[in-house]
Design a protein around this ligand. Structure first.
Ligand code: SAM
Length: 230
């Protein structure tokens, strides 16, 4: 991976003017999508793993190669850490380790989130590291906080951490969470920290400022499937 990546360039120099309107619309609508077959079967893998050994969950959404998933499995040895990415090509570059407390799913995050919420399962920790920024203003609804299924993030709960090399993305995410009634913190990632993911390494080596949003959405210990929820 090249280390000379350019900072995010966008035709949007401040928060998107329609951010509040779009987030509020999604918060009111509680959108649910039809789940595609390959995501259902990826989700089954997760359920089987939890059934074999019930453990609290850590999600690494948009995990790319899953380098971060393996690192998080070291950090959370008593949890099941689940890396989710839709790209088979990225996942194929995962350097397998001998840890048995993580798995990688090729799936769309939004579908896995929806299934977890449906089944009453919660994350104790949720990492979203360097999601695609979709920097063009007209692509707001492709960003995590502009997406119709953004409200699922709140229902999944846990200690949420979202990182980006685009300050506006993190600030928008913070505002969207605020509109959803969730307080959090926007800060700059400390310089001395070990890189958690390949994109983080690339951006740091390229001299980008790295930003992080954190919030504690409320921990629910254990993963007791509830009755199916809507
Ligand atoms: C910029 S990369 C970051 C990867 C990794 N988190 C890192 O920091 O190295 C964004 C990743 O999001 C994945 N992705 C984009 N949309 C997705 C979705 N809806 N569901 C799952 N993965 C998605 C892409 O395949 C890509 O690997």
């Amino acid at each position: 991976m090249h280390a000379n990546s350019s900072p995010v360039s966008s035709n949007q120099q401040q928060l998107h003017p329609r951010l509040a309107e779009i987030v509020n619309r999604h918060l009111r609508a509680a959108h649910r999508a039809e789940i595609v077959a390959h995501n259902l079967s990826a989700y089954e893998t997760l359920r089987e793993s939890l059934a074999a050994r019930p453990r609290p969950l850590v999600l690494d959404s948009f995990c790319g190669t899953g380098h971060s998933t393996a690192a998080l499995a070291e950090r959370h040895p008593g949890h099941l850490v689940v890396g989710i990415d839709k790209s088979a090509q990225r996942l194929a570059k995962h350097p397998y380790t001998d840890r048995d407390n993580y798995l990688l799913l090729r799936a769309d995050c939004e579908d896995i989130w929806q299934l977890l919420v449906r089944d009453g399962l919660r994350a104790e920790f949720h990492y979203i590291l360097y999601p695609n920024p979709w920097p063009k203003a007209r692509h707001l609804q492709r960003r995590v906080h502009g997406h119709a299924r953004f409200p699922l993030l709140l229902q999944l709960g846990g200690a949420l951490e979202l990182r980006s090399n685009w300050q506006i993305y993190i600030e928008e995410f913070g505002v969207a969470m605020h509109l959803a009634g969730q307080r959090g913190r926007v800060s700059r990632l400390a310089a001395g920290e070990t890189d958690l993911s390949l994109f983080e390494r690339k951006y740091r080596r390229s001299g980008h400022d790295l930003w992080v949003y954190t919030a504690n959405i409320g921990l629910k210990l254990g993963n007791q499937p509830a009755n199916n929820m809507p």
